[in-house]
Ligand binder design. Structure first.
Ligand code: ZN
Length: 218
């Protein structure tokens, strides 16, 4: 099935927040990128969180009903994450949030991931030539939740929540992790909201100049 509509956004600076942004209203109309199982597989491929071949296998080995049910659970996970991020963004996260993370810990408990020692990639400056990498045999479509949970865990444990923000455009719902040096990022992206806000500010300034001009002349 050919899907219409824009490509999903990967502008957040962290995949857990890109996951949060998989429902958005960039032009005012809400777009859901995870509305079905097949949508979910496409989004995971676009996010480079799932190999093309594995996605293909899931698609052929499972009924659309099974995959749709997983997509529903994933949307549920996303809205749980939205609540957590909304409550804690802008503040340093501390131990008091542990109880709230219970649903995520329950999901992690079901994981069947394993680790393997492998060669470190040549670009990485590491103390050892070896690294330990996490893998999982992906057999059940329910395991797709575990791939996303990995990113959420990374966000909760490694990200400075003081730098998680929502785009300053009041009608925009996109979140991002401000990794700029100055920590002054304001927009989800310049092309989506930054330029629009700049144009609006310019119109206001131009009107103010014209009003002053009118007062002086007449
Ligand atoms: Zn925005």
């Amino acid at each position: 099935m050919v899907k219409l509509g824009p490509e999903p956004f990967f502008i957040a600076g962290h995949l857990a927040l890109d996951f949060l942004n998989s429902i958005a209203a960039p032009q005012g109309e809400s777009i859901e990128w995870l509305s079905s199982g097949s949508d979910l597989l496409d989004w995971l491929k676009s996010a480079r969180m799932l190999d093309f071949e594995i996605a293909q296998r899931f698609q052929t080995e499972n009924s659309s009903n099974t995959l749709d049910a997983v997509a529903k659970e994933v949307r549920h996970l996303r809205e749980w994450l939205r609540g957590f991020i909304t409550r804690h963004a802008g503040h340093r996260i501390n131990l008091s949030v542990l109880a709230e993370l219970e649903p995520l810990n329950c999901l992690l408990e079901q994981d069947q991931a394993f680790q393997q020692i492998e060669a470190a990639s040549s670009e990485q400056e590491a103390a050892s030539a070896l690294v330990c990498k996490k893998h999982r045999h992906l057999k059940q479509p329910e395991q797709l939740r575990q791939i996303i949970a990995d990113e959420i865990v990374n966000c909760v444990c490694n990200v400075d929540f003081r730098l998680i923000r929502r785009c300053e455009n009041p009608t925009c719902t996109l979140w991002f992790y401000d990794t700029t040096k100055s920590h002054a990022r304001r927009w989800c992206s310049m092309s989506l909201c930054g330029n629009r806000a700049k144009a609006a500010a310019y119109r206001i300034r131009a009107k103010q100049v014209m009003d002053t001009f009118d007062e002086r002349t007449f």
